[in-house]
Design a protein around this ligand. Sequence first.
Ligand SMILES: *Cc1c(COP(=O)(O)O)cnc(C)c1O
Length: 465
Amino acid sequence: MPYRRLMTIIGSPLGGPGLAQERRIVTEIPGPVSREWLERRQRSVARGLSHVLPVFVTAAGGGVLVDADGNSLIDFGSGIAVTTVGNSAELVVERVSEQVAQFTHTCFMVTPYQGYVEVCEELNRVTPGDHDKRSALFNSGAEAVENAVKIARHATGRSAVVVFDHAYHGRTNLTMAMTAKNMPYKDGFGPFASDVYRVPMAYPFRWPGGPAACRENALGVVTDLIHTQVGEKNAAAVVIEPIQGEGGFVVPPDGFLPGLAAFCRDNGIVFVADEIQSGFCRTGDWFAVDHEGVVPDLVTTAKGIAGGLPLAGVTGRAEMMDAVHPGGLGGTFGGNPVACAAALGAIETMSKEDLPAAARRIGDVMLPRLRKLAEAHPEIGDVRGRGAMIAIELVRPGTVEPDAAVAAKVAKTCHAAGLVVLTCGTFGNVLRFLPPLAIPGALLDEGLSILEDAFARLTGAPGKP
Ligand SMILES: *Cc1c(COP(=O)(O)O)cnc(C)c1O
């Protein structure tokens, strides 16, 4: 391990799996060093970038983040579902160190290199379906989604794109148009790309008439709207997150995704699964659509793909991917060799360590404890998710009226105690849990105890010490 030897020689504190797996709070959160940097940050970085928790991280690995004040925090966020294999995972560090010393860039469109091809081979292998596939690599999730739309338009000769309520697909112009939520993602940033149509999401907790009506009616409502307001023959693509991410970890009822995929197949519409947040072992399968054996035409990937390095992909049916003329896809940095090396290390880790099983184990620990918590706290209206992609939705007790204030309060209490949790949801009232799959069981338990304690304090009941 040349990297580890090098870092030991120069005496830097090592991150990665070797980092002490403990919660350790030695200052208030954020501490004085982080507060000093926050001031520098305010004078140098644009205000439009915000922070969930302004502690400046100096090392991370396994299930912890260590900050500049020496605090060690439990990580239930994974940098938004990115460090699935853990921070500075061993194989990622090894492969990246080798690659960065070898060469850092050629541009795949100028002179190709092997790592790019190997990542595409891996993507073609691990994504759903055993049909002939091709892949293309990009820098960010948004860029992958844009390219999936470009490919679908070429493959079909049609232009309309169908998306869902509560969807999140990115912050570029086309993906802003595809994203549902105005504030903060779209407000004042228009005009947006045209020919994007939004239909209701099969959201059991919020469907009129409740979960049973959702299971019964959602598919019909969606396909009727596509028929009446778009016209099947105008639709290039239906783009859906199989479990919605930023929109609130919305899990559609069983049957909805297979039905939607069949509708697309029957009407020559490209079915695009945006697996950027839900993919790469997060939900207990390699991809969230695997749960019901759905085979999308195109799959977009990013976030968890490369252990923290920026990389994204579009993978799909060979004949659709190859519908685009040579030179029609690409980008200067897309599929950078260092990011490809990281992806190969990350994917090897996922396979070798059976990370889908690790995600299922995390879900098996979290879901029963959260359901029990919900019994004691009527503010928790819904507990949902799969594997290590779990959320609770907060409401005014006895209603479905969103309560973002309670979500914010619980998150703040957790942060102060050294647990990194994120919120999400169109109404900002969902607490989501995305621990690295490398998190030790003891830290998972401790994080859940901190959360339970935060709820106990909400009602003034004495918390655990
Ligand atoms: C994060 C996300 C994106 C955008 O990815 P970026 O890398 O931030 O551009 C797109 N789709 C989904 C489902 C996401 O979670």
